[in-house]
Design a protein around this ligand. Structure first.
Ligand code: NAP
Length: 459
């Protein structure tokens, strides 16, 4: 039986180890989920809302311990870990309050047009949904799936990332502790090689993944083979465009946060900073200065702004991307080779002078590495931004209404944030285009992803 380890990335110390769930345990959890589905789907939504609010209350009551666990297990600065827990609780309450309205169907104004006395739609839950989740927001990523799914009457099985087993176990118990029927939400402590079998299980009706392109390809292929619904939230290499009319001080401050939140390991971190020629030098100088001044260190220290990368492999990957660019002639404006110290730290880094033959041009940098691009015009900036296989978020800085209108229309992304940075909110749909995936999470759209939109026609 393979062991799943929880390791503190700031020190390399092992925090806990667990045996993977064996085939009998996985079978029992799937069977319990299948039994729970009709029970949960048949429970009035008001009751589901009470349980969801109770789950939010548990998160709030346990916020300090849970934040410490997140930080210990994946290295996020402690204040951000706490914010993640509270945002998750807010999202649970949001769905507890709004799910009933989101599930309202539509009534056709003129049913005679379809030869009926009444024609309408209704949303019904699908059944057991498997969620394959990443480590970078170990509580939030799961809650943003689980809260709408359970409120709609679905039940959930969680296969979490292998480096956050303690978060996975916490989540596996949370909803039943809050009052949901046994089997409504459970964790499968299994490695990725065993995901395919779960997707193929006839009792599992759909799958959602937040993760890398490779995982997306593999999960979508299996789901396609057995014709099951799949939602994919994959990587991003979000552009952050700065035009001459922008408030440069605010743009620089926001750019630093947009690149380095979560130690630079968020799908919606801004990764490519595309700056108009007129303000490029001023932006590059100030941005590089601010990036270099960030405090890197022990993420449990509230004064620290950047902790370690979550995994040793993650640090190797990002170091290789920067070295590849440097070897091909890029200029590294900030960032030193990481010291040979315990923990998987990587310094905030700024790279300029990129060209398409460098991997950093086209690949996602999952760590605190910013790429700078000089744009000759708005056309040029939008062209550079769209010259990417990804299309998740984007940010556009300008005070010119015509430029803003063009950015809104022309940026190939699931979101455009004007004079701000891309953030996920319970209240707004979230997802990507191109190789960033398909389907939406959050808001009304996220709740409806795992519903059967049923048409009802009455003679
Ligand atoms: P990852 O390697 O794809 O892991 C994500 C999850 O998928 C883990 O539970 C992992 O399990 C599982 N997995 C990996 N390969 C699989 C396969 N072939 N079949 C089935 N399951 C598989 O991703 P990561 O490197 O941990 O996370 C970073 C990536 O996620 C980045 O690309 C980031 O942009 C993306 N992300 C996207 C969003 C979004 O909303 N769009 C949000 C956050 C992160 P194991 O841990 O056991 O391998």
């Amino acid at each position: 039986m393979t062991t799943i380890r929880s390791v503190n990335p700031a020190t390399g110390e092992e925090l806990a180890r667990f045996d993977e769930d064996d085939a009998d345990v996985v079978e029992a959890r799937i069977a319990a989920a299948a039994r729970a589905f009709p029970v949960l789907a048949g429970t009035p939504i008001v009751r589901r809302g009470e349980w969801m609010r109770a789950a939010a209350g548990l998160l709030e009551d346990e916020a300090d311990e849970l934040a410490a666990l997140i930080t210990a297990e994946m290295g996020k600065p402690i204040a951000q870990s706490r914010a993640e827990v509270l945002k998750s609780a807010h999202t649970m309450r949001y769905y507890a309050d709004n799910a009933a309205a989101f599930l309202d169907g539509r009534v056709l104004d003129d049913p005679s047009a379809v030869g009926a006395s009444t024609a309408r739609t209704r949303f019904e839950p699908l059944g057991v949904v498997l969620a394959v989740m990443p480590w970078n927001y170990p509580i939030w990523q799961v809650v943003r799936f689980a809260a709408p799914a359970l409120m709609a009457g679905n039940v959930g099985l969680l296969k979490h990332a292998s480096n956050v087993p303690q978060s996975a176990r916490y989540l596996g118990e949370l909803f039943v502790r809050a009052g949901f029927p046994e089997g409504s939400f459970a964790t499968l402590l299994i490695g990725s090689a065993r995901v395919e079998r779960v997707i193929r299980d006839p009792r599992v009706v759909a799958v959602t993944l937040t993760g890398s392109e490779g995982a997306g390809r593999s999960i979508a292929a299996t789901a396609g083979d057995v014709l099951k619904k799949v939602v994919l939230e994959l990587g991003g290499s979000d552009p952050f465009i700065v035009m001459p009319s922008a408030d440069l001080d605010a743009a620089v401050e926001t750019a630093v946060r947009a690149r380095t939140t979560n130690n630079g390991q968020a799908c919606i971190n801004a990764k490519r900073f595309i700056v108009h020629d007129d303000v490029y030098d001023a932006f590059a100088e100030r941005f590089t200065r601010r990036m270099s001044a960030l405090r890197v260190g022990d993420p449990s220290d509230p004064a620290v702004e950047i902790g370690p990368l979550a995994t040793e492999q993650g640090r190797r990957d990002i170091a290789e991307l920067v070295e590849d660019a440097r070897a091909a002639g890029a200029e590294v404006l900030a960032g030193d080779i990481p010291a040979d110290a315990p923990g998987w730290f990587y310094p905030p880094t700024v790279v300029a002078g990129l060209s398409p033959r460098m991997r950093l041009w086209s690949e996602e940098a999952f760590g605190p590495v910013a790429s700078l691009y000089r744009a000759a015009s708005l056309d040029d900036a939008i062209a550079i931004a769209n010259d990417s296989d990804f299309g998740l978020g984007s940010a556009f800085w300008s005070t010119d209404p015509e430029e803003i209108a063009r950015a809104e229309r022309e940026l190939e992304a699931g979101a455009v944030f004007v004079n701000g940075m891309t953030i996920s909110y319970a209240e707004l749909p979230f997802g990507g285009v191109k190789r960033s995936g398909f389907g939406r999470e959050l808001s009304q759209e996220g709740l409806r992803e795992f519903c059967n939109l049923k048409t009802v026609w009455v003679a």
